[in-house]
Design a protein around this ligand. Structure first.
Ligand code: TXA
Ligand code: MG
Length: 342
């Protein structure tokens, strides 16, 4: 299969042609990688059994890990799921945006999309390109992250090209994703919610709407998955580059000393800009100045570590606080859950 690569130009006539072509491919049962504000998604019709099958195949994803269904506006949710007052209260505050809500599904969504679960994950992306393509297709759109299963999600169209060239019909290049980590996934119980995957919408933000907000145990500890995890995606190894990651739980001084003592070969250090001066040796992979920049850059840097053929990548364990939880979760998972305490 030849994958068509289209770059968004900012010129309305040309871009409208790209959206139209992308929407046509989707409603015809094909697959298109599209930008969203979180990561690039691999989009197919959420109403067609065949599209879901193609998505699992292109990603090399186990078919027991369900897909998120993307809609243009919260009111579309009613057609595919049983909504509730809390859903609409959350939608009012956070949609469109990086929040995915799990709801009981309606029969129009095929079992292959939800991996046989009675629920469906719903998200309303804020990215205007994603919005245009969803609206133009007139279908709800199933879209997991557009990476090959197990490796970091793509935050640039170039990443999608590396993973999906020849496997899908089209890639729409809308530039780098602003957030860089996948959406917050929650499930609801009355007016309470549980975070199954942390993202840019934090527990503190959710507590403005929900009575109680809890965080699933697997978020903090990747070893917790169990036979029947709340979110099937939690049981899989995720976000991991080929380069081994050593995540060190230590203060700045102990961390630098640990690297000097144990590191060898062509190793890299993942660090924020303010600490760059601490390291005499090693290739620095700079996360930027704050947690927002670090989140935006993380997956790109994990991919860079592989491209540079680094022997190892060292990083300091971030605090698992409300603001850093998504970053913490992805980094711990990329390191396979192994944390070193020197
Ligand atoms: O930001 C995002 O959410 C991106 C963009 C493309 O929208 N999408 C994304 O999809 O990250 P994916 O498939 O890579 O991750 C979806 C996660 C998985 O962990 C999956 O197990 C979980 O959501 N999930 C999907 N449907 C579910 C359901 N019905 N119940 C529980 N978890 C579900
Ligand atoms: Mg994914």
């Amino acid at each position: 299969m030849v994958t068509e690569y289209c770059k968004i130009t900012g010129m309305p006539d040309i871009d409208a042609g790209i959206f139209k072509k992308a929407a046509h491919i989707i409603v015809s049962g094909g697959l298109v990688a599209i930008p969203t504000e979180t990561v690039y998604g691999l989009a197919g019709s959420a109403l067609m059994e065949e599209s879901a099958k193609k998505i699992y195949e292109a990603k090399g994803r186990p078919s027991d890990n369900p897909l998120i269904v993307h809609i243009a506006e919260p009111k579309e949710a009613e057609k595919i799921a049983k909504t509730s007052d809390v859903f609409y209260a959350l939608a009012e505050r956070f949609m469109p945006g990086p929040l995915t809500v799990i709801l009981p599904k309606r029969p129009c969504i095929p079992d292959s999309v939800t991996a046989g679960l009675p629920t469906v994950a719903i998200r309303c992306p804020a990215n205007s390109i994603a919005q245009s393509i969803i609206r133009m297709s007139g279908h709800p759109i199933a879209a997991p992250s557009a990476n090959r299963s197990g490796i970091p999600s793509p935050t640039k169209a170039e990443h999608v090209k590396v993973d999906m060239d020849g496997r899908i019909d089209m890639i729409v290049d809308g530039g780098p994703c602003e957030i860089g980590l996948e959406s917050t996934v929650i499930c609801l119980s009355d007016k309470n919610c549980t975070i199954l995957r942390p993202g840019a919408v934090t527990a503190e933000m959710l507590s403005e709407v929900c009575d109680e907000v809890s965080v699933a145990r697997a978020v903090m500890d990747p070893a917790v998955g169990g036979a029947k995890p709340l979110s099937p995606g939690m049981k899989y190894r995720h976000y991991a580059p080929a380069t081994p990651i050593f995540l060190v739980d230590a203060d700045d001084e102990t961390f630098t000393r640990y690297i000097d003592k144990t590191s060898f070969g062509k190793y890299g250090v993942l660090t924020t800009n303010d600490k760059a001066g601490y390291f005499q040796k090693g290739t620095l992979l700079l996360l930027g100045n704050d947690i927002r920049e670090a989140s935006q850059r993380l997956f790109m840097l994990l991919r860079q570590a592989d491209e540079m053929n680094l022997t190892a990548l060292y990083a300091q364990l971030p605090p698992p606080n409300d603001e850093c939880l998504a970053f913490y979760n992805r980094l711990v998972r990329a390191a396979g859950g192994q944390i070193i305490k020197p």
